[in-house]
Design a protein around this ligand. Structure first.
Ligand code: HSE
Length: 388
């Protein structure tokens, strides 16, 4: 197998390393297309090109691996490769989440395979499991810690008393964060992964814009202390679930008691919990970010292409579900400063209030549909955490 690789950043170099350390997969990287020809590279110059056609039009290249960070350029390259009949492996969750219907249609039309295990929780083999192992079980929910950067930051804040800023810098130095770290911090990245899993778990195409998300960007030392006093910590949790024929999803920071299974999921590790009718609860834990863990998932997809593996999107074929999160209610801690106008009317029920100096919080139940429309949530003085 000859691979044409787009991008040679953290994950691209991770793939290079795992490909050369493994004995199992006989594949070679023939060409690497990069954006910046001036940047020093750890490989001889003959590997590199800045012209995508050197890969797309090379008949010797049968597999295209796309690992760049610009989602729209990635979509054009992946579409072009599929149209050329080349199989594609990508780890670009933003691109996939925004273009799932088109990418699905292109696979049907061209017969080429598109695999993206590395896009969801890096080293945890969740997509292929949902496709193959859980095709007959009645899944009721898929949730977990889907972002390594924010989990790393929260671990450093809770366990080593680092500030949020110090912890972010360390996550960036380790290559866990996106080039634009707001995608991690504000919860976009785990939401993209959630949209992909929604299709493989429940068979629904859901645009990222339809899913409520809130990240860890507003959390502060007071919120961390609130969680500590209650005997736990905070984790950014993404969740999708089925109720009857309706499917819902959201992503929000959650208070996790010290004895909860997520409490021991630390640093860049991710966790995925599946609930289903027959097998009940199962938890997968593994590294969710980093060069080799993500490179390893990409390698596993390359390996699967040796036997012409394709996603069958079986849940979509069986589907009778539709997406509607509106009726779900969350038990929330809403912390705000004087002057921020958190609307009491959005709460179905209020169980606790706190006021001291400039810091206030309200605990109560709010339907997700109200959160999706709440103007007060865009106020930088407001933060929210789900508590159970
Ligand atoms: N920035 C992502 C994360 C990389 O931290 O989880 C892996 O998808």
């Amino acid at each position: 197998m000859k691979i044409g690789l787009f991008g040679f950043g953290c994950v691209g170099q991770g793939l290079w390393k795992v490909l050369h350390e493994t004995k199992g997969v006989k594949a070679e990287i023939g060409r690497i297309c990069i954006k910046n020809a001036e940047k020093p590279r750890p490989l001889p110059a003959h590997f590199f090109t800045t012209n995508p056609d050197d890969i797309l039009n090379d008949p010797d290249i049968d597999i295209v691996v796309e690992l760049i960070d610009d989602a729209e350029t990635a979509f054009r390259l992946v579409s072009a490769a599929l149209k050329q009949g080349k199989s594609v492996v990508t780890a670009n969750k933003k691109m996939i989440a925004h273009h799932l219907p088109e990418l699905h249609a292109l696979q049907q039309k061209t017969g080429a395979s598109l695999l993206y295990e590395g896009a969801c929780c890096a080293s945890i083999p969740i997509i292929r499991n949902l496709e193959e192992y859980y095709d007959n079980d009645l899944l009721t929910s898929v949730e977990g810690i889907f972002n390594g950067t924010t989990n790393y930051i929260l671990s450093k804040v809770f366990e080593e008393n680092k500030t949020f800023d110090e912890a972010l810098q360390l996550a960036q130095e380790n290559g866990f964060a996106e080039s634009d770290p707001r995608l991690d911090l504000e919860g976009f990245d785990p939401k993209y992964k959630l949209c992909i899993l929604l299709l493989h778990a429940f068979g629904v195409f859901v645009e990222p814009e339809a899913v409520f998300h809130f990240g860890i960007h507003r959390l502060n030392a007071f919120d961390a202390e609130f969680a500590r006093r209650r005997g736990g910590s905070l984790k950014l949790v993404a969740r999708c679930y089925r109720q009857g024929d309706q499917v819902g999803a959201y992503c929000i920071p959650r208070f996790v008691p010290g004895n909860h299974r997520y409490a021991s999921v630390r640093n860049e590790y991710n966790a995925v919990t599946l609930e289903s009718a027959f097998s009940e609860q199962q938890v997968f834990v593994g590294k969710g970010a980093g060069d080799k863990p993500t490179g390893c998932a990409v390698l596993s997809d390359i390996s699967a292409l040796r036997y012409q593996y394709k996603y069958e999107y079986r849940k979509w074929q069986q589907n009778g579900s539709f997406f509607n999160t509106s009726d779900t209610e969350l038990q929330l801690y809403v912390r705000y400063s004087t002057g921020a106008s958190v609307a009491d009317a959005d709460f179905t029920e209020i169980t606790e209030r706190f006021m001291s100096g400039d810091t206030h919080y309200t605990i109560g139940r709010i339907p997700v549909r109200k959160l999706q429309r709440a103007a007060w949530l865009s106020d930088p003085r407001v933060s929210v955490v789900e508590i159970n």
